[in-house]
Design a protein around this ligand. Structure first.
Ligand code: CP3
Length: 341
């Protein structure tokens, strides 16, 4: 590996500049990706290691310091017994959503070799080619449970929270099954060669502190405390989680994700300066004129103040339609502005 800046920053070592990558950096904003999608479905791309490898490598032209495997957090649901697809314009659709205890009992706690080998093959293939570290990932139990219970995306998570409140034991059983599958899957990704891991708990900011502590934290902890023993950095990501940051820290992670709602320095202090922090440029500023996007990027760097342990990223995934030139401009700007001797 030619460039290990990202890994050193995750470990809060001093680095010659701040590393940067962008969540969802491989995807629809890139013409090269859209061209492949004309020929293949999203699931075909994910399930064909040669194609997943190709898509993972596409954003390397921007000069980012890490690659994230091209896959999706929902992939383990299919072998667990909950097939889904990505419907045009609607996002994911789970064909038979989980409603009750019988549905939860029917879900299988699989081994990664049982239905997810294509992900591990893509990792092995990428490791031969990549000049930068490879990030493997999985969805966290709450975020996965929300897709399983709602059957797709949701505005209020009403079905998910209603199962959590009305049948806490069933909910806990579901969270436990998901946590064990994710723990095994992340372990397998590290064994296949992933240099770091990110756990996406994208929607957990919907919960109060009390609900997070009671219904989520033990399950996230079950995953992270184990994966942390493997010696690779673990990034624990969520959005809208200012009120949960200390609890997320308690659940685990070498690096905590911060979204754009919180000024970077304030968020880092809340997390604790003895952990790394990843973030937190608002993905929508990439649609603004270049100077404006760069001003916002400068603000993030000022908030981090050159402290070891900052991984520059967006506060959430890059949006479809984002101008590619602005992505490249922000990468160059972060590299140049953060250079230190
Ligand atoms: O570049 C990368 O970051 C790697 C690949 C990746 C994808 N999804 C590819 C993808 C990663 C890390 C994800 C994570 C993911 N998937 C999350 C957590 C991160 C987040 O943004 O909060 C979630 C919640 C999902 C579930 C999911 N997958 C949704 C809601 C959708 C549809 C809406 C959307 O944002 O595109 C997907 C589809 C998906 N996953 C696409 C890609 C490139 C778009 C597929 C296409 O139409 O080509």
């Amino acid at each position: 590996m030619k460039n290990d800046l990202f890994l050193r920053a995750c470990r809060r070592e001093k680095t010659e500049r701040t590393p940067i990558w962008m969540m969802r950096q491989a995807g629809r904003y890139m013409p090269e990706y859209r061209a492949l999608r004309e020929k293949y479905s999203m699931l075909e791309l994910c399930k064909t290691p040669e194609l997943a490898t190709k898509v993972t490598l596409q954003p390397m032209v921007h000069g980012v310091d890490a690659a994230i495997l091209f896959a999706d957090i929902l992939l383990p649901l299919e072998p667990m017994g909950a097939p889904f697809d990505f419907a045009k314009g609607e996002g994911p659709v789970v064909y038979k959503p989980v409603h009750n205890k019988a549905d939860v009992e029917a879900l299988r706690v699989i081994e990664p070799d049982d239905g997810l080998t294509y992900v591990l093959d893509a990792i092995r293939m990428l490791k031969k080619e990549l000049p930068v570290p490879l990030i493997g990932f999985a969805g966290a139990p709450f975020t996965l449970a929300s897709y399983l219970i709602e059957g797709g995306k949701s505005a209020h998570f009403a079905k998910t929270k209603s199962l959590m409140y009305s049948e806490p034991e069933t909910f806990s059983q579901l969270m436990g099954k998901l946590a064990e599958v994710v723990r095994r899957f992340l372990r397998a990704q590290v064994a296949a060669g992933a240099d770091a891991i990110q756990l996406f708990d994208s929607w957990v900011g919907q919960l109060s502190r009390k609900d997070y502590e009671e219904h989520v934290l033990p399950h996230v902890s079950h995953i992270l405390k184990d994966v942390e023993t493997l010696g690779v950095p673990v990034i624990h990501f969520g959005t809208g989680t200012f009120h949960l940051l200390d609890l997320q820290r308690k659940a685990g992670g070498t690096v905590l994700g911060l979204d754009w709602r919180t000024p970077f320095n304030e968020g880092w202090e809340k997390i604790g300066l003895d952990r790394g922090v990843q973030g937190n440029l608002d993905p929508t500023v990439l649609f603004a004129p270049r100077e404006v996007a760069l001003q916002h990027a400068a603000r993030v760097l000022e908030g981090a103040n050159g402290r070891p342990g900052h991984i520059f990223n967006l506060g959430h995934g890059i949006l479809p339609g984002t101008p590619v030139d602005n992505v490249k401009a922000v990468v160059d700007f972060v590299h140049e502005t953060s250079a230190r001797s």
